[in-house]
Write a protein that binds this ligand. Structure first.
Ligand SMILES: C[S@@+](CC[C@H](N)C(=O)[O-])C[C@H]1O[C@@H](n2cnc3c(N)ncnc32)[C@H](O)[C@@H]1O
Length: 299
């Protein structure tokens, strides 16, 4: 694992500790480097120098909530043994969670034909088990997209042993994902054939929202999982793994480690989907590129 390495995207130690005079809290170069290293050690996320303002604005909410007056105090707070829980809030603050239904839609066309329909056919000859992992699922739009495709393509899916594992390191997004409720405009990307699996809620005095159908939700288990963990608490194997727009924040050694581990968790002949702007550098024994950002494990 790349955990113990130094984050290569962080500037070397220097004494430029000038804080921006307009900022509410003092935020020195040392503070930024310290927090970036902590993020890297705990999550694999590389916070390049260009992310300094982003780190300030996201973490300053924690500084304010805790009644502290500087980032130095916040780093000291994080370092204290009795404040271990704060690391979770810190990780939630720095993770980037952008996602949407049917994002990078060609993956779901491929998934529909090569995984869902193939499983529907195989189930007619007695196959029952299907496992899909959405690794870095954020607020849930990705696993719900997988689930509605399965629900539509596999008529018996609710009676088969078909499960989607949806994991993320960020506990705030997981709580939203588990609720399965979204703003009305979030359905814009959803093809019409899948809209019956989303219902408008009455709003209950609040603005209306869109709720994912209970039967679709029942296909998914949401769990907290740090992909950088030494051992993942399940065995797989998975018919397909989606890890999209997650590795983009990791450096190459971390990415390479992770892809090797994913490969071990994919069934022979199974699939790995990664984000469109991500590329797997170097050779990945056992994986073949078969389409745009779609890999197949050797059968
Ligand atoms: C930009 S979102 C991608 C969501 C979805 N996969 C998609 O493509 O729309 C990236 C997610 O990866 C999660 N993440 C980042 N580092 C992680 C780690 N070490 N372990 C697990 N999840 C992580 C973040 O919390 C965030 O929710």
């Amino acid at each position: 694992m790349a955990q113990a390495q130094r984050n290569p995207a962080i500037l070397p130690p220097g004494e430029s500790a000038a804080a921006d005079a307009n900022r509410e809290f003092e935020f020195s170069e040392t503070d930024f480097r310290g927090l970036a290293q902590l993020a890297y050690d705990h999550t694999g996320i590389t916070l390049a120098d260009s992310k300094r303002n982003l780190v300030y604005s996201r973490v300053s909410r924690r500084v304010r909530t805790l009644g502290l007056t500087s980032f130095k105090q916040y780093r000291e707070y994080l370092a204290r043994d009795d404040n271990k829980g704060e690391i979770e809030n810190f990780i939630n603050a720095i993770s980037t969670n952008l996602t949407k239904f049917f994002r990078e839609a060609h993956h779901f066309d491929h998934f529909r034909t090569h995984v869902a329909s193939a499983f529907a056919r195989a189930s007619r000859s007695g196959a029952r088990r299907l496992r899909v992992w959405s690794a870095g699922c954020s607020t849930g739009e990705e696993p719900y997209t997988i689930a509605v495709v399965l629900r539509k393509e596999v008529p018996d899916v609710l009676h088969l042993d078909a499960r989607i594992l949806a994991t993320d390191i960020d506990t705030d997004v997981l709580a939203k994902a588990a609720r399965g409720e979204y703003p009305p405009d979030s359905t814009e990307q959803i093809p019409k054939v899948y809209l019956p699996y989303f219902a408008e809620t009455d709003g209950d005095g609040r603005a209306k929202s869109i709720a994912v159908a209970r039967e679709v939700r029942s296909l998914i288990a949401f769990r907290r999982l740090n992909l950088m963990m030494e051992a993942w608490p399940f065995k797989g194997p998975f018919d397909a793994i989606f890890c999209r727009n997650v590795m983009i924040y990791f450096d190459n050694p971390t990415k390479a480690d992770l892809v090797e581990r994913f490969t071990q968790y994919i069934k022979p002949g199974g699939w790995l989907y990664i984000g469109h702007s991500e590329s797997l550098i170097g050779s990945h024994p056992g994986l073949q590129l078969v389409g745009r950002t779609i890999y197949r494990r050797d059968a």
